[in-house]
Design a protein around this ligand. Structure first.
Ligand SMILES: C[S@@+](CC[C@H](N)C(=O)[O-])C[C@H]1O[C@@H](n2cnc3c(N)ncnc32)[C@H](O)[C@@H]1O
Length: 272
């Protein structure tokens, strides 16, 4: 599967949309909000550039994207008042994979900006310029030295591909019955995921090293494991539910195939 071409959260604002199902990510991000605000303040006090480039990598669509923008906007606004300087202009670059529902974000912008201006003193507010930058954050996205602050939340644990070492010489999975590192996974499966993460993260850092100015900062929030144990149940609960749902889907497809050998499975195509 070409992850870059097909992967996306469910768009829109319906009941199954990411916008309506992202409170878990919001909770995680809220726990480190003070770090985001402190980092932006420190950065701004240290250099006070006229124009600040800020990127949200893997922004998706929904309230979390705009909530981070609000936090950063307020941090700059408050700091500029504290140091008695006019606020710098803010350039927000919203990045996600190309099939992300960027339109939902753009549609929400007029109301969002109105609420931002409403809550702040006009005149002392930073000007905001916003744009979408579709593409994979495992490669270059922005011009050299254009970013002062990079934020990424709940996105960097998405790998660029299924680790090739998960398959044996005959192309069969060594991680039988699992779609993640589960209790029955062999250690080689954990090593395969670890290696892929290492390669991806290195590409991420190398790309950002060209794009971020000297003295720029990053706050990266992503899932990890508490211990060295290759099977760590901390975050595996959701993956197990997903894994079982896939197994049920596949068995239903197999039943249909047995009932009707000519059936081509079109009813089950598309995103789960
Ligand atoms: C769970 S969402 C997190 C969205 C948002 N940051 C939040 O905290 O709610 C993960 C996002 O990362 C994006 N993503 C995954 N791999 C990516 C890549 N290589 N480049 C850019 N975005 C990626 C996905 O498309 C998805 O929208």
């Amino acid at each position: 599967m070409d992850v870059e071409k097909v992967f996306h959260m469910t768009g829109g604002i319906g009941s199954t949309s990411y916008a309506k199902n992202s409170s878990l990510q919001k909770k995680g991000s809220d726990r480190v909000k003070h770090i985001i605000i402190e980092t932006v303040k420190e950065l701004y006090q240290a250099s006070t550039p006229e124009s600040l480039g800020i990127a949200d990598l893997g922004c998706s669509c929904g309230p979390n994207t705009l909530s981070t923008i609000r936090d950063i906007f307020e941090a700059i606004q408050n700091t500029s008042q504290e140091i008695h300087r006019p606020a710098s202009e803010l350039r927000f670059y919203l990045n996600d994979l190309p099939t992300n529902d960027f339109n939902s974000i753009f549609r929400a912008l007029p109301d969002f900006l109105r609420s931002l201006w409403h809550d702040t003193e006009r005149g002392s507010s930073p000007s905001i310029f916003m744009g979408a930058y579709p593409g994979s954050f495992y490669g270059r996205l922005f011009p050299n030295n254009s970013l002062h602050f990079v934020h990424s939340s709940y996105s960097l644990h998405w790998l660029s591909r299924v680790p090739p070492e998960l398959y044996d010489e005959e192309g069969k999975s060594i991680n039988k019955g699992c779609i993640s590192i589960c209790e029955s996974s062999p250690e080689e499966a954990a090593r395969a995921y670890y290696k892929q993460f290492g390669e991806d993260f290195w590409k991420f850092l190398r790309s950002r090293s060209e794009e971020v100015v000297v003295g720029g900062r990053m706050v990266l929030i992503f899932l990890g494991r508490r211990g060295a144990e290759h099977v760590d149940r901390g975050n595996s609960f959701f993956w197990e539910i997903l894994s079982r749902s896939f197994a049920v889907l596949v068995s239903k497809m197999l039943d249909k195939e047995i009932e009707n050998p000519d059936w081509e499975g079109n009813e089950c195509s598309g995103h789960p």
